[in-house]
Ligand binder design. Structure first.
Ligand code: NAD
Length: 278
């Protein structure tokens, strides 16, 4: 049943998009072409604005508040999603860039957050559900010590960020290290969780963007000489666009990707391969 005068589509399945920033908006707009969308962010006004944008385009979208680092608000989100009939797609896009916060905060938002969200939503996943977690090229350029790697396998533990910091030398407790570690941990989370998601005929995949032209990416260019070096070594000799990430998310979330789970997909113009060497 459609409500006259609105673009509500109760017959469409739900896509939950966590993060209403640059990339989150691009992903929400794309998924919103064929799904109801719940746009989620700790910044409620930002989530509201993206949901409004989608409705103005003829989509069916609502906004919700959630601080992904807080188990109570993540549980509330899971109840809200359950109340909307469950989800077909979870696109977890929210994350902090290396210069956005201190070591522990970056670990909590980029690793503890997605671990809490995927754990809370798994019980309401149904056959065909797919979780796509946005990681980063940075995950592919870092090799943690065995003790650090063991801590990364406990992302939901509230003390993990603190313990990781304690494990590292003071000069390594930087935002850049936290960023790489958090994204490394995210890839490992997807590999580990694929079994549990598979038991529900559902999938979980990480997607690692390389250098993407986003407002967040632009800030990092001005803060990080390393990014200029990475740019110079990207085989396709340009940044990727948010539309190209939305393309990959759309594919990974679709039935055409129905046998892809527990792995990472690089969308980086060939950069990781160049860095690793042939
Ligand atoms: N831009 C790039 O070049 C690039 C490259 C690789 C990976 N990425 C990844 O893409 C993702 C997002 O990029 P973006 O351009 O949308 O970033 P962005 O900074 O524009 O948006 C991030 C969003 O996350 C939200 N957020 C932060 N903390 C939160 C919390 N505790 N709970 C809920 N929401 C929270 C913010 O409010 C913001 O709306 C990140 O995971 C980032 O690591 C970006």
């Amino acid at each position: 049943m459609h409500d006259l005068g609105t673009s509500r589509r109760p017959d469409w399945q739900l896509a939950v998009v966590i993060g209403a920033g640059g990339l989150g908006t691009a992903v929400a707009r794309r998924l919103g072409q064929r799904h109801r969308v719940l746009v989620v962010d700790v910044d409620r006004a930002r989530a509201d604005a993206v949901a409004r944008l989608l409705r103005e385009e003829g989509g069916d979208a609502d906004a919700a508040y959630c601080d992904i680092t807080r188990p109570d608000t993540v549980e509330a989100l899971a109840r809200e999603v359950g109340g909307r009939g469950g989800f077909r797609i979870l696109a977890h896009v929210a994350g902090l860039s290396p210069h956005a916060a201190d070591f522990e905060r970056i670990i909590r938002v980029n690793l503890t957050g997605p671990a809490l969200v995927t754990r809370a939503l798994l019980p309401i996943a149904t056959p065909g559900s797919a979780a796509i977690l946005i990681a980063s090229l940075a995950a592919h350029t870092y090799s943690p010590s065995p003790s650090v790697e063991a801590l990364l396998r406990e992302p939901e533990d509230a003390r993990t960020a603190e313990r990781l910091a304690a494990e590292l030398e003071p000069e390594d407790r930087t935002g850049a290290t936290a960023y790489s570690l958090s994204k490394y941990g995210l890839l490992s989370l997807c590999r580990r969780e694929a079994w549990a998601w598979g038991q529900k005929s559902a999938r979980i995949v990480s997607l690692s963007p390389g250098l993407i032209a986003t407002p967040m990416g632009a800030v990092e260019f001005s803060n990080s000489p390393v990014k200029h070096e990475l740019y110079a070594r990207t085989p396709l000799a340009r940044e990727g666009t948010m539309l190209e990430i939305a393309d990959a998310v759309e594919f990974l979330a679709s039935d055409r990707a129905s046998f892809i789970s527990g792995t990472d997909v690089l969308v980086d113009g060939g950069l990781a391969g160049t860095l690793r060497g042939g």
